[in-house]
Write a protein that binds this ligand. Structure first.
Ligand code: PMV
Length: 320
């Protein structure tokens, strides 16, 4: 039987950077994200003993690069004695370019794989399984404003607010689409081992999480903007202070930040955030979206613009 799931990437407003358990891929800090609506990965899984080995197809092409991670994730969901799988993935946005494509991919994969044999697991179990493959993927199990908490030996995810309750928009400025120079897993370890700022980053996270939680609770845009930009720049400072330094920005990344600053000085409700890649994600109130889109599109070095609202968490869908 072929089972299909769809998941959306999420953008962290309070970031996860660093692991406390590399074997289980547990994050060193909690995080808060928003799940997008318009960017998505659709993943179909079909188990068939006659295949002999797993097959991964991404956007209609055989893909061997991602296959080991997909295999490991399927083993974690179903056990190593499982049948071989044909996994068919469709992603409507650039892959491995700092747009959280692994978050939507692994959230969709665990939901589809679980659905193929059940479905049986609750959101917490699915989030743990997705998180083992990609830390941020756990958050894509839920919709809207999502908090991932480090609780004891495990993680939990919960929606703090639905997308409908505070329907902000995200304008993504694409400044480069080449794969990133160093993956986030390796980069996090470099930061943990060498960045003089890593300890302070961990110590201050609870305060940033509390501020963001309160801002989301009160739908206070200015308060959310302030703590999200602070937390983003602090994470990048940890990266820049690593040896070797981890620098994901290019000159267009900085130009986009400048554009957002100019919009803010004109009273536009917008703030930026940047992940392990050179893209700038501008979060804004819906009325500000056309102006933010236009300003970022006119910024030097911006190659493309994607716009998304906030949406729901991962789930099974009817097979196409
Ligand atoms: O889930 P990973 O291993 O790709 O790490 C994601 C790290 C950041 O995107 C930089 C921050 C975050 O919380 O999503």
């Amino acid at each position: 039987m072929r089972v299909t799931a769809k998941a959306q990437p999420n953008i962290a407003l309070i970031k996860y950077w660093g692991k406390r358990d590399t074997r289980r891929n547990l994050p060193a800090v909690g995080s808060i994200s928003i799940t997008l609506a318009d960017l998505s990965t659709t993943m179909s899984v079909e188990f068939d003993a006659s295949l002999g080995d797993d097959i991964l197809i991404v956007n209609d092409r055989d893909n061997i690069d991602m296959l080991p991670r997909i295999k490991r994730c399927l083993d974690n969901v179903l056990g190593e004695g499982r049948q071989s799988a044909r996994v068919d993935s469709h992603c409507n946005f650039p892959i491995a370019a700092g747009l959280a494509s692994s978050a939507s991919a692994f959230a969709a994969l665990v939901v589809a794989a679980d659905g193929a044999v059940g479905p049986g697991r609750d959101t917490a179990e699915l989030a743990s399984l997705a998180g083992m493959a990609s830390g941020s993927a756990a958050r894509s199990l839920c919709g809207g404003y999502v908090e991932l908490q480090n609780c004891g030996a495990d993680i939990s995810v919960q929606s703090l607010r639905s997308a409908d309750e505070w329907p902000l928009k995200v304008v993504v400025a694409i400044t480069a689409t080449a794969p990133k120079p160093v993956g986030s897993t390796d980069a996090m370890e470099i930061s943990r081992k060498t960045s003089p700022f890593f300890g302070r980053w961990i110590d201050q996270q609870a305060e940033d999480l509390a501020d963001a939680r309160a801002a989301i609770g009160a739908r206070d845009f200015a308060k959310l903007a302030s703590v999200a930009e602070h937390n983003c720049l602090k994470m990048h400072s940890v990266m820049w202070g690593s040896r070797p330094p981890v620098i994901y920005w290019n000159s267009a990344t900085l130009a986009c930040m400048q554009t957002v600053r100019e919009l803010q000085s004109q009273g536009v409700a917008v703030f930026f955030t940047i992940d392990a890649g050179p893209q700038v994600k501008a979060v804004c109130e819906p009325a500000a979206e056309p102006r933010v889109r236009e300003a970022l599109a006119a910024t030097a070095g911006v190659e493309d613009i994607l716009v998304s609202g906030l949406g729901a968490g991962a789930g099974l869908i009817a097979d196409e």
